[in-house]
Design a protein around this ligand. Structure first.
Ligand code: ZN
Length: 364
């Protein structure tokens, strides 16, 4: 039987200058008792605005500053707070770890979940899954949820005041979305959530890429001077919403497997999104993309400061490239959404060619 097509996204998405000042107004239908799971910097950036948004309301607010990763132990700790304090809604404030911990806490306790990202470095906020770690920081599992978050709210003033490298990394993560989705559609693979792929999902992935191309450079220059402009708003929407909802409803392919291969080395390496950007160039080589298409994507990477060579990812030997290639081709990796079964030696060669073309471009 053919897979059912399905489309998933956050129920509500709110974005704009000083958006957090309207947190309570936008979210009050979710209850009266709030647990904010905050990263250290997330707390600093958001606490004052959030409190202001409550005005004279006597809603219960508890802020938990969270230093760890999204481990089973941390999730249990937060679940206990939800029970003790009779929390209605769990709110993630910060980057990846706070987001994943809060999502899992809300899921296991059956509460509402709101995500307030304070950087636009990955597309995790809008997706319906988390990465969960063991208490010793080793990878445990992907936790897939039956729905995406109740709401995601992005305060672009906060994003404009975060280091520009986060915005650039987010653009790298978003760069993969269209090409990885296109590869998955070509092979009639399922979406990341295991359903048939909708035309809506395909359209969002395409719009994500078009938005990056049209506004990427302008947004970076805006962020450097902490300016909230339409270009910055467009790129934040691409990084957080279009990329997240896009990826969930299409699928990943070689670019994300390349990232997993790099992390398997256990060396110091570039951010997730930067690896995904170079991984996208590698995927284009694997797919036999034309010179025109490859040059086009590569020149975008050069324009916005995303890596085009392996040296920009980390110090990696040929032997380590082979390890990346082997681990990126492990069973279950999304690279298998590509047409034909990719063998490690093919990926190894594609990495070498993408790197060579990058060196050539940098020498110009
Ligand atoms: Zn990603």
């Amino acid at each position: 039987m053919k897979m059912l097509r399905a489309m998933r996204e956050p129920l509500k998405y709110v974005q704009g200058r000083d958006a957090l000042l309207q947190f309570h107004k936008e979210m009050e239908y979710m209850g009266k008792r709030w647990l904010f799971v905050c990263s250290n910097s997330g707390y600093k950036a958001c606490h004052e605005k959030l409190e202001k948004s409550f005005g004279t309301s006597d809603d219960y607010r508890r802020y938990e500053i969270f230093g760890g990763i999204s481990s089973n132990g941390e999730i249990k700790k937060m679940m206990a707070i939800v029970e003790e304090d009779k929390i209605d809604t769990v709110v993630a404030v910060g980057g990846g770890s706070a987001v994943d911990t809060a999502k899992a806490t809300a899921y296991y306790t059956g509460k509402h979940i709101v995500i307030l990202p304070t950087v636009a470095a990955t597309d995790a906020p809008c997706t319906g899954l988390s990465v969960i770690y063991n208490d010793d920081h080793s990878f445990d599992r992907y936790l897939f949820y039956p729905t995406n978050p109740d709401a995601v709210m992005v305060d672009t003033t906060i994003i404009a005041n975060a280091p520009v490298k986060f915005l650039i990394a987010g653009m790298g993560d978003a760069l993969g979305t269209y090409f990885e989705g296109r590869a998955s559609i070509r092979t009639e693979s399922s979406s990341l959530e295991g359903t048939g792929i909708t035309r809506a999902g395909q359209a969002l992935a395409r719009l994500c890429y078009d938005t990056l191309r049209a506004y990427g450079k302008q947004a970076i220059e805006a962020c450097k001077v902490h300016a909230v402009t339409p270009a910055l708003e467009n790129i934040v929407e691409a990084n957080v919403y279009l990329s997240g909802v896009g990826a969930d409803n299409v699928n990943c392919a070689a670019a994300h497997s390349f990232y997993n291969g790099v992390t398997s080395l256990g060396i110091k390496h570039a951010d997730h999104g930067c690896c995904v950007a170079f991984g996208t160039l590698v995927q284009l080589v694997l797919e036999g993309a034309t010179k025109e298409e490859f040059d086009d994507v590569q020149s975008f990477c050069l324009e916005v400061g995303l890596p085009v060579t392996l040296a920009e990812i980390g110090e990696i030997t040929d032997e380590q490239i082979m390890t990346i290639a082997k681990n990126a081709c492990a069973p279950g990796e999304t690279i298998h959404n590509l047409a034909g079964d990719v063998e490690p030696i093919e990926l190894y060669d594609a990495i070498k060619q993408a790197d060579a073309l990058g060196k050539l471009a940098l020498a110009k």
